[in-house]
Ligand binder design. Structure first.
Ligand SMILES: CC(C)(COP(=O)(O)OP(=O)(O)OC[C@H]1O[C@@H](n2cnc3c(N)ncnc32)[C@H](O)[C@@H]1OP(=O)(O)O)[C@@H](O)C(=O)NCCC(=O)NCCS
Length: 203
């Protein structure tokens, strides 16, 4: 993508910049730098948007200091929230619909007293909205996966190549390649023909 020396986007409505450790490959498209409003990654490469990939309006990179997000070539992220303290990987040609949440961490402790302490700490924190980092387990979305709107993918989940996740599903376990899963918790509702799915376009 063509980015000017100031690392701004000519069409952007938000007066932000693209962080220095974000790589936008040729042919990729980022709709707005607002996507980086919650971005705090200090990793050498915090986000990579692959060749021809798109991150449309509403996509939020809520990435902690050690977080790394990779979005594969020609993948399309249409307004998802990516909560990442370690690694979130989205494969080539994956299609992530609106309001999807991909999270590799819950960020908050399960113990109610510890949560209360976190909230009491918040007024003293700068920047204010950042909550503490928790244990993180990478999320991996395979090549050519399609995730329907409002779905939520929880820490540690791997979604296999070519799988489809139904709208509003909560995915808490790995999804086998070339299957359709749906519901809360997401369960396999159908298997896809792997040979058909893997055919080159136009055959
Ligand atoms: C997952 C999906 C692709 C499945 O489509 P399908 O194969 O035609 O599935 P069917 O409608 O035949 O339903 C099969 C079963 O799965 C259930 N099911 C389907 N989608 C579901 C969903 N999102 N959540 C819960 N259950 C679902 C159906 O109730 C049905 O259950 P039953 O056999 O007990 O009656 C589709 O339902 C879906 O959610 N699409 C997402 C659309 C979207 O997000 N578009 C955004 C544009 S990118």
């Amino acid at each position: 993508m063509i980015v000017d020396a100031q690392r701004t986007l000519p069409w952007d409505w938000y007066p932000g910049t693209i962080p220095a450790n974000v790589l936008l490959e040729d042919g990729s498209y980022l709709e707005s730098t607002f996507s980086f409003q919650l971005y705090r990654s200090e990793a050498p490469l915090g986000v990579r948007l692959g060749h021809g990939a798109s991150a449309y309006l509403g996509t939020m990179f809520d990435v902690g200091p050690r977080g790394r997000v990779t979005i594969g070539d020609y993948a399309l992220v249409n307004g998802a929230r990516i909560v990442c303290d370690e690694a979130v990987e989205i494969g080539d040609y994956a299609l992530i619909s609106w309001n999807v949440v991909l999270m590799d961490t819950y960020r908050l402790p399960f113990d109610p007293n510890a949560r209360r302490s976190e909230l009491e700490e918040l007024p003293r924190r700068r920047p204010r909205p950042c909550l503490g980092a928790g244990e993180a387990r990478p999320v991996r979305v395979g090549r050519n996966v399609w995730i329907g709107f409002d779905a939520c993918v929880l820490p540690g989940v791997t979604i296999g190549e070519g799988a489809i996740v139904g709208a509003r599903s909560v995915v808490r376990a790995d999804v086998p390649a070339f299957t359709v899963v749906a519901g809360n918790p997401a369960r396999v509702i159908r298997r896809l023909d792997e040979r058909e799915s893997a055919k080159p376009h136009g055959d």
